[in-house]
Design a protein around this ligand. Structure first.
Ligand SMILES: Nc1ncnc2c1ncn2[C@@H]1O[C@H](COP(=O)(O)OP(=O)(O)OP(=O)(O)O)[C@@H](O)[C@H]1O
Length: 294
């Protein structure tokens, strides 16, 4: 059914949000000329899907509502260039009963689907490695979207050129990352990223090295703001980001507490702006009762 729908809607891909593995051969047979993406929290499912030559989208949010998982899966697919931001997708997931693919949605991701792709980041032409930058931007987007315990959180990441950046920093109080060995401060480590979401509630900025080590947190940044122009309404956090990206070769990434918008600054200017996805994408609830016992 999904394959037929994809054809009639001229959808670009089918996205499966899976809690259990499928019969991959059957899936290949049923979706012959279609692009199929498999998203899951389960590494075993992803591994077997990849082996069967399906594109896979790892999620890490097993306890989140299904629509959030779906939103994340779509975002990840765009970020990894599996889908273009303008594409339309038929998504299959379990909307009613756990483990059963009982729901289908046609999702049109339009142009302003605020999330940047690797390609956008490449345009920055910075010495900061793409991996580090993408991990930091993704984390910023998550913070902007999720906040912490229902409360919005704003923060600032300064990525790259950390030695020079630190010359413009002073600690605002306790620095929670201070004293940890390097191996415990790697941004690529999901546990570290989770911890940073907690620390992001404190005032101040994170300093991240080009190699992806969290060098310092809760730092006040002061860099000269001369000849910087920013749009009205952006406050001191954004000015600090612009200034430090001007004074050093670092890329600064802000998350606005007021609306979750993420901005990427380079050389004193906003280079990219990413709107929080949850607001960009509204899911409509089913207006039907769940199907009966059949
Ligand atoms: N120079 C700075 N260095 C590091 N952090 C800063 C600096 N200036 C402000 N901040 C952080 O930004 C927070 C919010 O400040 P402000 O409201 O002026 O910023 P803003 O740019 O309007 O951002 P938001 O959209 O999040 O409100 C401060 O509480 C502080 O944590």
């Amino acid at each position: 059914m999904a394959a037929r729908l994809a054809e009639s809607e001229e959808a670009d891909a089918l996205l499966f949000l899976l809690e259990k593995p499928l019969d991959w051969e059957k899936l290949h047979a049923a979706t012959e000329n279609l692009s199929v993406l498999v998203a899951s929290d389960d590494a075993v499912i992803l591994g077997s899907a990849a082996k069967a030559e399906f594109s896979t989208v790892p999620l890490n949010m097993p306890d989140s509502p299904v629509y959030d998982q779906l939103a994340q899966a779509l975002l990840e697919s765009v970020a990894d260039d599996l889908l273009s931001p303008g594409s339309s997708v038929v998504a299959l997931y379990s909307g009613f009963e756990a483990g059963v693919l009982d729901s289908l949605s046609v999702v049109r991701l339009d142009e302003h689907l605020g999330r940047l792709t690797v390609r956008d980041l490449r345009k920055l032409e910075t010495r900061v490695p793409l991996d580090t930058l993408k991990t930091a931007v993704d984390l910023a987007v998550e913070i902007g979207r999720e906040g912490r315990e229902g409360k919005p959180v704003g923060t600032l990441f300064v990525v790259g050129d950390h030695k020079k950046v630190l010359e413009h920093c002073h600690p605002l109080g306790f620095d929670p990352v201070k004293g940890y060995v390097l191996a415990e401060r790697r941004l690529e480590d999901s546990k570290v990223r989770e911890a940073l979401k907690e620390v992001a509630q404190l005032d101040g900025a994170f300093v991240i090295s080009a190699k992806g080590n969290v060098t310092a947190s809760a730092q006040h940044i002061s860099a000269p703001a001369a000849d910087i122009t920013l749009s009205k309404g952006l406050g001191t956090r954004h000015w600090a980001a612009a200034a430090i990206s001007r004074a050093t070769a670092a890329v600064a990434i802000t998350v606005s507490e007021s609306n979750g918008t993420v901005r990427v600054f380079q050389n004193g200017q906003v280079m990219l702006r990413i709107e929080p996805f949850r607001r960009a994408m509204k899911w409509k609830d089913f207006e039907l009762d769940p199907p009966g016992g059949e």
